[in-house]
Write a protein that binds this ligand. Structure first.
Ligand code: TXA
Ligand code: MG
Length: 353
């Protein structure tokens, strides 16, 4: 299959590309498109065979549910049950954070294909803010199911090049639009019971902001960040090893890890990076590349470039063919958007090696 490159960076090129992209979606094909968080890999949400092709292209296990993207809040009536829609927290969250980096999980109408929901009774829905994503959904005339546009378990894509590196030849088209600006995926909030809302995934909307919005409506609790022995995963896609670079990543929580001879370094800020470089030198490790996510701690800037920097470090070590090399990362401080970055680094480090 040849993956079509559809230009959509200017309003003019977007207007030319959108009918083609929409036609591919309506015909059951796959189109990757930018959103404000990361690139998504879209298919018509109510077309089960099209949705099945997403799982095939990504190599994604079918126990991992997809997020359905809408351009208009009225489309919620096709996705959530009437009972779910009666929950006042949906309007509250949508008013506060849509369009934007929030996915709401609630009881699904039976018409939502089982594959989209991974067989669950619930479905996750997001109304993105990115103009290209919104135009595509409107032009296609249907909600679009879209996971991040990466091979399963690999780094999420924040540029069209990242998408093509992993999926060229496996999908019908990619829309080359404005870059993503948040850089980490949406926050996923479940409203699926009588209890408080549950944060299933840290993401673009900080937990503190969600807690403030829900303060008079039972608040919000954060689900366990990783699998606990004997406790089923609250969100099936949140397997520990996720967002994994092809070079193993090790979190340097206290000291520099033992036995690393060749490495690339990643730190939250310049001062921590300098410290990490000193530790690496003292440990006798050769440093091939090093990156500070921002000069001084700035979670928004750090999130925006997190996956891009990880892609670069991965590429630096792979291109030099350094065997047994590691990416050594200093942990990101928790709080606000920092929690989403800390979470992605923890998961990248949990890759089975
Ligand atoms: O920012 C984003 O959310 C991006 C862009 C493309 O919108 N999408 C994205 O999708 O990150 P994906 O497939 O990589 O992650 C979706 C995750 C699932 O792995 C799962 O953890 C959670 O969202 N999820 C979706 N539907 C769910 C449901 N019904 N119940 C529990 N968790 C769900
Ligand atoms: Mg993903």
């Amino acid at each position: 299959m040849i993956t079509e490159r559809l230009r959509a960076r200017t309003p003019h090129s977007a207007a030319e590309s959108m009918p083609r992209a929409a036609a591919i979606i309506r015909a059951g094909g796959l189109v990757a498109f930018p959103t404000e968080t990361v690139y998504g890999l879209g298919a018509s949400a109510f077309d089960a065979p099209a949705v099945a092709r997403i799982f095939e292209a990504k190599g994604r296990p079918t126990f991992d549910p997809l997020i359905v993207h809408i351009a208009d809040r009225a489309d919620l009536t096709h996705l959530f049950t009437e009972a779910a829609l009666a929950d006042p927290r949906i309007k509250l969250l949508a008013d506060a954070f849509w369009p934007g980096a929030l996915t709401i999980v609630a009881a699904a109408r039976p018409e939502v294909p089982g594959l989209v929901r991974a067989g669950l009774e619930t479905v996750g829905v997001r109304l993105p803010r990115h103009e290209t994503a919104l135009s595509l959904i409107r032009a296609a005339g249907t909600p679009i199911a879209a996971p991040s546009a990466n091979r399963f378990g690999r780094l999420s894509p924040t540029t069209a090049d990242h998408v093509l590196e992993q999926l060229d030849g496996r999908i019908d088209a990619v829309l080359l639009g404005e870059a993503t600006d948040i850089g980490v995926e949406s926050s996923v909030v479940a409203l699926d019971g009588s209890g408080p809302a549950r944060l299933l995934r840290h993401g673009g909307i900080p937990l503190e902001d969600l807690a403030r919005a829900l303060a008079d409506h039972g608040g919000i609790v954060a689900a366990a960040p990783t699998a606990q022995p004997g406790v089923p995963l609250q969100s099936p896609g949140m397997t520990e090893s996720h967002y994994a670079p092809m070079v193993p990543l090790v979190l340097a929580t206290t000291a520099f890890p033992d036995g690393v001879a060749e490495c690339a370094l990643l730190a939250p800020d310049r001062a921590t990076l300098t410290h990490l470089e000193t530790l690496a030198t003292a440990a006798g490790a050769k440093v091939h590349a090093s990156v500070a996510l921002s000069e001084t701690l700035d979670p928004a800037a750090a999130a925006a470039h997190l996956f891009e920097r990880l892609h670069e470090l991965e590429a630096a070590l792979i291109s030099r063919a350094v065997p047994a090399a590691r990416i050594i990362a200093a942990p990101y401080p928790e709080g606000g958007l920092g929690s989403a970055i800390a979470d992605r680094l923890r998961r990248a480090a949990a890759t089975p090696q």
